[in-house]
Write a protein that binds this ligand. Structure first.
Ligand code: SIN
Length: 515
């Protein structure tokens, strides 16, 4: 169920700009890919908001990499596979882990400052599913530090231009090949950016749920536009719910409470103050995320409560303020002093393992179209991502996409043909806010951690209806594009969930799929 483009197009009528490479998204995958493109090529990186308004910038815990002799690459591979319920592509996992150190070194060369001990050694923490301490961090704002360093590096490069507040509406294709992107700039003018290679690095899907740790900008745009362009989309049912987001009745945009708190000794407690994770998994509170989220939801249901608690009070104020300054401050502003009080937490949407299908070099099934980072899916994370493997995914496969582009771009031409597309408007009036809210409600209610066949079907019908109404509407606004992208991703997620009849990893069916 799709329309090819969201707007009427006549290529001859539009102002055109020519680039070698277009990158959509300024998170870690987008910026790192840009920095790995040879400087003889002209690169434009576009973002619909500000450069740092993305999920990478919000990443707290860190980046997993086997960087010291106490660790073993094979253990990182095994931890990744185990967390992913062995649904992972093992060769992709091997690449991820083997190429981790060289890319982390490059991040450091670009100016990223990870925490170090008094001897200058990189400090590490542990997170769920890891058998060793291998998560490098920069206090509790690792992503922000990486984005700062990469942004400063990009600003030094003459061949890279960043455009903020430019909305990528659709990928333009001829029969076989992607040849550019239709964008609306910050003053609402539409343009065509022509390119020899286009990279989708626009991140995940958080706002499809609304109840999410993700930035408010994350509306699944890249996955939806790739789908419209004919790219293969895969494994969309595998949604990761972070076990510990700050719970408050009012707040929908959830503050992430990093798993690294548990890595440093924080304990999960139910509403009676009892510990419970030992009843669910031998790794306790540091079990893989799907298991912890499931356990928390079970406790919440048993107690008929909206949250459980995370207790880090044993660590003392000085330690907490120094190691987790951001979380300390943010919780305090919400009325909780985490050095004295338990933190109310609940699971919310955090990440998607599925997305645009790529090979190991970021190539999609459309010539000239690449994807990397959370928008892409090549089986690294299996049915549930191991903690702190996502920033790593962004750099390892961003660098591989850049290498493939560097090696092949000279053999590609800029397309200069024509393209005319007319939509069929029914001109019905839709309240976009209401439509978006309806979809989010259905996703949170029926496509959450525990899934039932009947409920998935209910959500499916609702989303299809909404999508059809949206396709028929005559709007040209960011709100409209985002709403239709949210509906498209919701549709793809439910459709995929309905096809997978058995539970695995983050896809948990608690009622028979009915044959
Ligand atoms: C966290 O700090 O708990 C989140 C890191 C991740 O998503 O891997």
């Amino acid at each position: 169920m799709k329309k090819r483009y969201l707007v009427d197009i006549d290529l001859d009528e539009l102002e055109k700009f020519y680039w070698d490479v277009i990158i959509i998204g300024t998170g870690i995958a987008g910026l790192y890919t840009a920095l790995n493109i040879e400087d003889k090529y002209k690169v434009i990186v576009i973002t619909k908001d500000k450069i740092n308004e993305n999920n990478s910038n919000l990443a707290q815990g860190g980046i997993a990499a086997c960087m010291n002799e106490k660790d073993d690459i094979n253990l990182h591979i095994e931890d990744t596979m185990k967390a992913g319920s062995y649904y992972n592509d093992k060769d992709a996992v091997r690449i991820l882990v083997n190429e981790a150190a060289e890319n982390v070194e490059k991040l450091i060369k670009f100016g990223t400052k990870f925490d170090r001990d008094e001897l200058g050694n990189l400090m590490t923490t542990k997170e769920g599913g890891h058998s060793k301490r291998r998560v490098l961090h920069s206090k509790d704002q690792t992503g922000k530090e990486i984005i700062r360093a990469l942004t400063e590096e990009v600003e030094k490069r003459d061949n890279i231009k960043i455009i903020e507040k430019a909305f990528a509406i659709d990928i333009l294709t001829n029969k076989t090949t992607a040849f550019g992107v239709l964008i609306k700039d910050k003053i609402g003018e539409s343009h065509v950016l022509h390119s020899k290679a286009t990279v989708i690095a626009s991140g995940g899907i958080g706002q499809v749920y609304g109840n999410t740790t993700n930035s408010s900008t994350i509306t699944g745009d890249g996955i939806a536009m790739a789908y419209r362009a004919g790219a293969e989309i895969t494994d969309m049912e595998f949604i990761q719910f972070h076990p510990t987001a700050f719970y408050s009745e009012a707040d929908k945009k959830r503050l992430l409470i990093s798993e690294s708190l548990r890595g440093e000794g924080a304990i999960l407690r139910n509403n009676k103050g009892e510990t419970f994770m030992e009843n669910y998994h031998q790794m306790g509170g540091l079990a893989p995320r799907d298991i912890v989220a499931k356990a928390i939801l079970t406790e919440m249901k048993n107690e008929n409560k909206e949250n459980v608690y995370l207790d880090i009070t044993s660590k003392g104020k000085e330690y907490i303020k120094n190691r987790f300054p951001y979380i300390y401050k943010e919780c305090l502003s919400r009325g909780i002093d985490i050095s004295k009080e338990y933190i109310p937490v609940c699971p919310v949407q955090h990440y998607i393992m599925g997305g645009i299908k790529t090979d190991y070099n970021g190539r999609t099934n459309i010539i000239g179209l690449y994807a990397c980072g959370e928008a892409a899916s090549l089986g690294i994370h299996g049915a549930n991502r191991l903690a702190s493997n996502s920033l790593l995914d962004g750099i390892v496969f961003g660098s591989r996409a850049a290498k493939d582009i560097n090696e092949n771009i000279d053999s590609r031409n800029i397309y200069i043909g024509s393209l005319v597309y007319k939509r069929n408007y029914k001109d019905n009036q839709i309240n976009l806010k209401e439509s978006r809210y309806k979809i989010q409600e259905a996703m949170n209610k029926y496509v959450f951690i525990f899934r039932k066949y009947k409920e998935l079907n209910r959500a499916y019908k609702l989303v299809i209806e909404e999508l059809e109404r949206l396709y028929g509407a005559d709007y040209e606004s960011k709100e409209y594009y985002e709403c239709i992208n949210i509906a498209t991703v919701a549709y793809l997620t439910i459709e995929s969930a309905l096809r997978r009849k058995k539970s695995i990893g983050s896809h948990i069916m608690i009622e028979d799929m009915g044959g």
